[in-house]
Ligand binder design. Sequence first.
Ligand code: UDP
Length: 253
Amino acid sequence: MARRKLVYEGKAKILYEGPEPGTLVQYFKDDATAFNAQKKDVIEGKGVLNNRMSEFFMAGLAAVGVPTHFIRRLNMREQLIRSVEIIPLEVVVRNVAAGSLAKRLGLTEGEALPRPIVEFYLKDDKLGDPLVAEEHILAFGWAQQQDLDDMVSLALRVNDFLSGCMMAVGIKLVDFKIEIGRIWQDDFMRLILADEISPDSCRLWDIETGKKLDKDVFREDLGSLSEAYTEVARRLGVLPANSGPAVRPHLVN
Ligand code: UDP
């Protein structure tokens, strides 16, 4: 294969120049990191599962009218996406108290929240992605008021869709993180969903047993991350039923 131009390498994904202007190839790595990359490992097959699951969610969201960067899956680890200008904010939606919210406000993990809560974190690894208020976002010009309103409504639509998908397969969507990008079309700017949606960026608990099926399995050393992700993928119907572990590539492509 001809050598492609690397555009950006992150902790779990690599972006290459795409075949046409305005496109990129998003490659899903097997690398797992937590606590701002202080904890690292390679989880064989994770990239394959996340590529599939992100495709599943992005295509489903597009079908219900949520604009996303996803164009099509290219192979086991790569998808073609639209190139966007990423807004430097992580948008977190929470339905149930967990993680940093539970810690910050002294809530019990698992406590239902009175309504979905949308938060913004500044994308800055050096600072450890701090929580920021709308005031900071507007004052420092990371986004405008209209962008913020659009981001909140987009995030809540994603929450409705994902909660439903998960509920249908016996999984509680506790919280998740999305990233949003800008694209320009004929002088108009639009916001679209970018990055990925996978168990790397969600908290997913089995409704019956409370078992964690997301990256907390890695963060908290709760067992096999690969088994947890395979379980989510299988329930969603993203992997054929009774297929072997995701590390056997011929079974998942
Ligand atoms: N999250 C993420 N990337 C980050 C930070 C958080 O995908 O850099 C996700 C995380 O997996 C969880 C949600 O966002 O589903 C809320 O995370 P939280 O603020 O509780 O932080 P954490 O406890 O994960 O550090």
